[in-house]
Design a protein. Sequence first.
Length: 64
Amino acid sequence: MSAEPTRVRMTDDGPVLVTGPVEVELPDGTRVTSRRPVTALCTCRRTRRPPFCDTSRRTRVRQE
C-alpha cells in the first residue's frame, strides 16, 4: 500500500506551500508543527512568524 507523497509547491514570488501536516526543524534545532491542510513557509524572511508566511512581503497600499 503506497501513501500519497507530500506535495511541496514553489511559488514565483511568495512562500513555499506544503500540503498536509508538517514539522519544520529550525536552524537552532527547534521544531514547529503545523496541522493546517496547506502550510505557507516564508522564503523572503520578512515574516513576523518564522518559519510561517504572514504575507509581510506584500506592499501595503493605503486606500483613501
